[in-house]
Design a protein around this ligand. Structure first.
Ligand SMILES: Nc1ncnc2c1ncn2[C@@H]1O[C@H](COP(=O)(O)OP(=O)(O)OP(=O)(O)O)[C@@H](O)[C@H]1O
Ligand SMILES: [Mg+2]
Length: 243
């Protein structure tokens, strides 16, 4: 697969190839397992097991990697819920080919109160998914509202881990609106795309908003020659960082 350029989005059928499956190369699966181990380690002292996944800029791989982290966590036998909290550009339903008539926005907007019915069960082994629902006019208001806090309290009691996909932080502040009730934030950074300036800006914003940064996942790396596996073009790093 060729490397993806800054801001570039592949057609959805090509994007699905990044989702972990039986066909995924061993080295990539292992890298996600390392990321999982580091994430568990960095969350060890956190009361909440709710993780926000975001990035500095658009199209850096948040949604794909949020899903892959949820899949990797579910593989341990832990029960995992993935929430598509990007109610501006939701893609989890498209990536996973799920119906999106009901979802997060339906619950937060008071259209449905039955969380159990809105959640898609067993999308993968131990993995349930709450898709975004129809795009609402006020996503930030909904994410920072009382209903979101109540929803997270309910699902956190039901699942071992909850992963929330969100929009990029240099564009909107949605990822920071749940700081009080989540363990922290994982940033996805894309080699050849995310700049140091963007990373600094995002980390400064996180600090300003009192958000805990759990770590970073680097994607789209070409590590030809470094490992001897010259055919593998992708590397996933997980660097532990405190803000
Ligand atoms: N590990 C990866 N390596 C290279 N490209 C990737 C990787 N994961 C996803 N991509 C590609 O990057 C593009 C953006 O992916 P994705 O939708 O996951 O990003 P995003 O940050 O959630 O985007 P948005 O800002 O629109 O929410 C897609 O075309 C996807 O195929
Ligand atoms: Mg996305």
């Amino acid at each position: 697969m060729a490397k993806v350029k800054k801001g570039e989005r592949l057609p959805i059928n090509q994007s699905r190839k990044f989702i972990l499956s039986d066909k995924t190369q061993f080295v990539i699966k292992e890298a996600y397992k390392t990321a999982r181990a580091n994430l568990v380690f960095s969350m060890a002292t956190c009361e909440s097991k709710v993780v926000i996944v975001t990035s500095c800029a658009p199209a850096e791989g948040k949604s794909t990697n949020c899903l892959n982290m949820a899949i990797t966590m579910a593989e341990t036998g832990a029960s995992v819920l993935l929430i598509d909290g990007d109610m501006r550009k939701p893609v989890q339903h498209s990536l996973l080919k799920l119906d999106n008539k009901k979802g997060l926005s339906s619950i937060l907007g008071g259209i449905t109160s039955d969380i159990g019915k809105a959640v898609k069960k067993g999308v993968r082994s131990n993995l349930d998914v709450l898709t975004s629902g129809p795009i609402p006019p006020n996503p930030a208001e909904l994410l920072s509202g009382k209903r979101m806090a109540e929803l997270l309290e309910i699902v956190a009691n039901h699942y071992d881990y909850v992963f929330i996909d969100t929009p990029p932080v240099t564009v909107v502040t949605d990822a920071f609106l749940m700081n009080e009730i989540v363990a922290g934030i994982v940033f996805v950074v894309k080699e050849g795309s995310t700049t140091h300036v963007e990373i600094n800006e995002a980390l400064q914003k996180a600090k300003m908003m009192n958000a805990k940064v759990l770590g970073m996942i680097k994607v789209n790396c070409d590590y030809k020659g470094k490992s001897g596996y010259s055919s593998y073009k992708y590397k996933y790093n997980y660097d532990y960082k405190n803000n």
